[in-house]
Design a protein around this ligand. Structure first.
Ligand code: HEM
Length: 129
């Protein structure tokens, strides 16, 4: 079973003896990773006890880095402390993009139908002229 934590509990782990932060409503303990982080320990300590989602995303971490962070997972935030992130909004706007492409086949059919009608009209015109 996953451990459920509150933002308040995470806030207490805000130093180099115990450094936790939140990424995407999940809690990570990076105390042991501080000296290994390729971006340096300072940036991690700045986020200690806070929500590091936006900064983590802004850096554009590699998929290896994303995978790596799961080694430091300690638990999930309780439902009440969940937050909507701007990358969720991005995800929704991507979803509406998908909706747009969903209507694409209909547009394609209309264009194709128009073309066929034009060709039929041309043949009819040639034969009756
Ligand atoms: C558990 C969480 C994290 C893991 C596992 C992680 C891992 C990594 C890794 C593997 C890299 C090397 C480049 C790459 O592969 O993308 C990196 C670079 C970096 N990370 Fe993190 N990181 C974490 C959290 C953060 C946070 C919260 C920040 C906040 C600012 C941050 C800032 C940076 C910066 C500034 C670089 C250097 C980018 C560069 O020099 O190109 N990281 N991180």
């Amino acid at each position: 079973m996953t451990v459920k934590l509150t933002r308040k509990e995470v806030e207490e782990h805000n130093n180099n003896k115990s450094c936790w932060f939140i990424i995407g409503n999940k809690v990570y303990d990076v105390t042991k990773f501080l000296d290994e982080h390729p971006g340096g320990c300072e940036v991690l300590l700045e986020q200690a006890g806070h929500d590091a989602t936006e900064t983590f995303e802004d850096v554009g971490h590699s998929s290896d880095a994303r995978q790596m962070k799961e080694d430091y997972l300690v638990g999930d935030l309780v439902e009440e402390d969940h937050q909507k992130y701007s990358y969720d909004r991005k995800a929704t706007s991507n979803a509406s993009k998908t909706e747009k492409t969903d209507t694409q086949p209909l547009q394609d059919k209309l264009i194709l139908g128009g073309l066929i009608a034009a060709i039929v009209a041309l043949i009819y015109y040639l034969f009756t002229a």
